[in-house]
Design a protein around this ligand. Structure first.
Ligand SMILES: [Mg+2]
Length: 420
């Protein structure tokens, strides 16, 4: 077995024998240069906020160390203007207002716990007070929240703001986010180069933000030649997916996959068997053609959709439904919910697993160069030490307990023996 699988840096509960393997695109099939991407996301969203609201352009200036605030899976407690990290038992590990660290017990009492009505799993993104910022697109939300909070506090010469001010700041960030990432509304899908600043920067200089994936392309081709059905479910729309996949896997990338779902709306894709599915039609304003209730051999790309179509297709093609695997970087929306709502298996990509590699290993040095240097603000990602107790990160603990596997990057899955 590949040495990458030895030790505890990656775990795989079983050797796979899957009939079909599905992939998320961003931060899964596409491996981003996270440091550069975080800086880009920060700059474009802040610029949008500066243009719309009354902020000085000085908020664009961030030190290299301050970018380290943008760790994956932080929680914003909006009412209090606090950004925090939680461990497996929901205990708060560290918390900040602006970039100033606060004493957890002063803010949250001796139990160091978040309120009982916040369940980070069921209420992900839905609680009015707490927001979980998952993935290395959303990691800039707490960073911008801290920067704007600090900016306003300094301007008003105070150490904290009114609750309504924190909600206003949060609202401005979400607006800035949508104006850069969400290039569609109920009526129309906009060409990415005419929408916001983010997509244009990526399309002009893809080499600054993404890795080529030649090695994993070979793995995919091997899987295909073994008769595996390979598919994609991405929440992105078709144009951005095509841009990133073409850069990383080459012009003919689509030939590798049997079918592709864009604007997949995960996690609903995995729990709503009635969610509609449309054929991609580039001539329609929403790119949605005819609604379908089964996959067609002459049609590769679908808009929206749900998991039952994939199961139906496999059942027809192989006369019986085998096991399906889905791989993604969003521990909840790609992995946990998928396993909870379907019979599928799931593996999460967690780049911070480099922490378990030997400090001088080449893979660790390379991974640390790629990822933002979060440890001065947040400590280690995988485990934290609180009062001489070692506590696992909340989401990493879910991934270890619930999922079929956790790996650092897709390349860790290149060993043929894994796939049977
Ligand atoms: Mg992703």
């Amino acid at each position: 077995m590949d040495s990458e699988f030895q030790g505890k840096q990656n775990f795989i509960q079983s050797v796979f024998n899957h009939q079909a393997i599905g992939f998320d695109v961003d931060h899964c099939l596409i491996r981003y240069k996270i440091k550069a991407l975080t800086k880009l996301c920060y700059k474009v969203i802040c610029q949008t906020i500066i243009d719309k609201h009354n902020y000085s352009s000085s908020i664009l200036d961030l030190t290299e160390a301050e970018y380290g605030f943008a760790l994956n899976y932080l929680v914003i407690h909006i009412d209090k203007g606090i950004v925090l990290r939680i461990a497996e038992n929901k205990e708060i590990i560290k918390c900040y207002r602006g970039f100033t660290e606060l004493d957890v017990e002063t803010e949250y009492g001796p139990t160091r716990m978040l309120s009982d009505d916040f369940d980070p799993i069921s209420s992900i993104k839905q609680h009015p007070q707490y927001i979980v910022c998952a993935t290395y697109f959303e990691n800039v939300i707490p960073l911008i929240f801290a920067k704007l909070t600090q900016y306003k506090c300094e301007k008003l010469n105070t150490i904290q703001l009114d609750q309504s001010e924190y909600h206003a700041i949060f609202g401005q960030i979400i607006e800035g986010l949508k104006m850069n990432y969400q290039h569609f509304d109920q009526h129309q899908v906009f060409p990415i180069n005419q929408y916001g600043r983010f997509f244009r920067q990526i399309s002009e200089n893809p080499q600054l933000y993404m890795f080529k994936q030649n090695q994993f392309r070979t793995t995919l081709e091997n899987l295909k030649s073994q008769g595996k059905v390979l598919f994609i479910v991405t929440n992105s729309h078709v144009e951005f997916m095509n841009l990133t996949m073409t850069y990383s896997y080459g012009e003919d990338w689509m030939n590798i996959f049997d079918f592709i779902f864009v604007k997949g709306g995960k996690p609903e894709f995995f729990n709503n068997p009635n969610k509609q599915t449309f054929v991609l039609d580039m001539n329609q304003p929403l790119l949605k053609g005819q609604a379908v209730n089964q996959l067609m051999t002459n049609q590769k790309i679908y808009v929206e959709g749900n998991y039952t179509l994939i199961e139906q297709y496999l059942m027809q093609r192989f006369s019986s439904l085998g096991q399906i695997l889905y791989i993604g970087d969003h521990i909840m929306n790609d992995c946990y919910f998928t396993q909870k709502y379907t019979n599928w298996d799931s593996i999460a990509i967690v780049e911070e697993l480099f922490e378990q590699l030997k400090p001088d290993s080449q893979n660790r040095v390379e991974a640390e160069q790629n990822i933002i240097s979060y440890r001065s603000y947040w400590g280690n990602y995988l485990e934290s030490n609180v009062d001489n107790q070692t506590l696992k990160n909340y989401w990493f603990s879910i991934a270890c307990k619930e999922l079929k596997g956790v790996v650092r990057t897709l390349d860790c899955l290149q060993n043929k023996s894994l796939w049977n």
